[in-house]
Design a protein around this ligand. Sequence first.
Ligand SMILES: [Mn+2]
Length: 179
Amino acid sequence: MNADAALLLDTVNFAAEKHRNQRRKDPEGTPYINHPIGVATILSLEAGITDIEVLQAALLHDTVEDTDTTHEELEDKFGPVVARIVQEVTDDKSLPKEERKRLQVEHAPHCSHQAKLVKLADKLYNLRDLNRCTPVGWTPERVYEYFVWASKVVRGLRGTNYVLEEKLQELFKQRGVEL
Ligand SMILES: [Mn+2]
């Protein structure tokens, strides 16, 4: 087996163990790990990304924000580049939710190209998931507001990947949200 394939397996296994007790917010309670795997798959199969560090960061992108994983742990195991990309897409959970969402909009244009790719694929996955079903406890207004907020983040990521941006643009258009 080639080294990249072994590395990706090690990475997805690490993420699966970290997220092992977590579920998505959909009514079926889909295992959380489906999300990072889906984000990495969008980057590979749809956007044609072959940068292994971007694909690893996609698999790991929610480990620091949502599990006990630390930046140092990622750095030791996967190296400084992967750890840095994950850090760029990690919200500061000590801040109130509205502030975190505002900072995502503000920070998006200043992220590295690699982090922008992960952010685009993350948003694309989440918006598709919202079209598939409504999370438990969400009103239609909350779903719409999520699309509006996501469009503001994506606006700051433009010029990163044509394929992902076209697909996002189409989802916003269907909701009547201006990009
Ligand atoms: Mn995510």
